[in-house]
Design a protein around this ligand. Structure first.
Ligand SMILES: Nc1nc2c(ncn2[C@@H]2O[C@H](COP(=O)(O)OP(=O)(O)OP(=O)(O)O)[C@@H](O)[C@H]2O)c(=O)[nH]1
Ligand SMILES: [Mg+2]
Length: 242
């Protein structure tokens, strides 16, 4: 099995070395790590380059400038498909996603087409989040579930693992979203294509180091994107393979 975890970074210099170290402690068969860095002014890319000297399974996709989480992931997915990875995971660099949980995600991907590390399987499992962030996230999930009909409890989760066949079936060049809605859009496209997902409960911890990139623009994008997805779904703009 060729396993890969993709981690997009923008100014995560304070987290990245610790995260890579923590991932190396996990028992995941042949795990490669791909960092997709957008020329972070804090030198995240340089730290990764330095670590690559002693870790041949660590890779860097260096982009010229900050171009959003969505395109970072799409670039990472393409990189992975070109190199024939079997399972491709995605996670944040800020320790909101516990490296230990990644083991569970890869394991479940043996039985399902894609797996979501979910905060809302059994009630709410979020730690240290201010109430307004929780309400926003929980509300966004209910809203998008009602409009798109997608039966995912945590549709905005960024901690996931994909069987490569799903990423091959989705038309990656048609994916439009950048922020929160990128996660929703990918789930929606995979679901419409007939693939089966599973939500693994995880505990999500708010970042303690580094700066958040959440913005009003990201929220606005999500509000409109779920309607676009619904309409694209109805008018056949989203591929139904499988
Ligand atoms: N390459 C790249 N990575 C990004 C970009 N925006 C955010 N990221 C990374 O995506 C991951 C998630 O971003 P966060 O800032 O943690 O966003 P969030 O989790 O919604 O918000 P907080 O946890 O509150 O900070 C982190 O690893 C970021 O460094 C971007 O434009 N390009
Ligand atoms: Mg975060």
């Amino acid at each position: 099995m060729k396993n890969l975890v993709i981690i997009p970074t923008y100014n995560e210099g304070i987290n990245i070395a610790n995260l890579i170290e923590a991932l190396r402690q996990q028992a995941i068969e042949g795990l490669d790590i791909l960092i997709v860095d957008d020329n972070s002014p804090d030198g995240t890319g340089e730290i990764v380059r330095e670590l690559m000297k002693s870790d041949s399974a660590l890779h860097l996709l260096a982009r010229e400038k900050k171009a959003g989480l969505g395109t970072a992931y799409i670039a990472g997915f393409r990189w992975a498909l070109e190199r024939n990875y079997d399972c491709i995971a995605q996670m944040d660099a800020d320790f909101s996603h516990d490296p230990k949980d990644l083991v569970k995600l890869f394991k479940a991907t043996k039985d399902y087409d894609w797996v979501i590390g979910s905060r809302y399987v059994k009630g709410v499992s979020v730690v240290y989040w201010p109430m307004h962030r929780l309400i926003l996230s929980y509300g966004a999930n209910i809203y998008s579930r009602i409009i798109t009909g997608l039966p995912v409890k945590d549709g905005t989760a960024g901690f996931k693992c994909w069987n490569a066949k799903v990423l091959r079936a989705i038309e990656l060049d048609k994916v439009r979203s950048q922020g929160y809605s990128f996660q929703i859009e990918m789930n929606f496209r995979a679901w419409k294509a007939g693939f089966k997902f599973f939500e693994v409960p995880i505990i999500f911890v708010d970042r303690t180091e580094g700066q958040s990139k959440m913005s009003k623009k990201i929220v606005r994008e999500a509000i409109f994107m779920v309607w676009k997805l619904k309409l694209w779904g109805i008018f056949g703009r989203i591929a139904k393979q499988n």
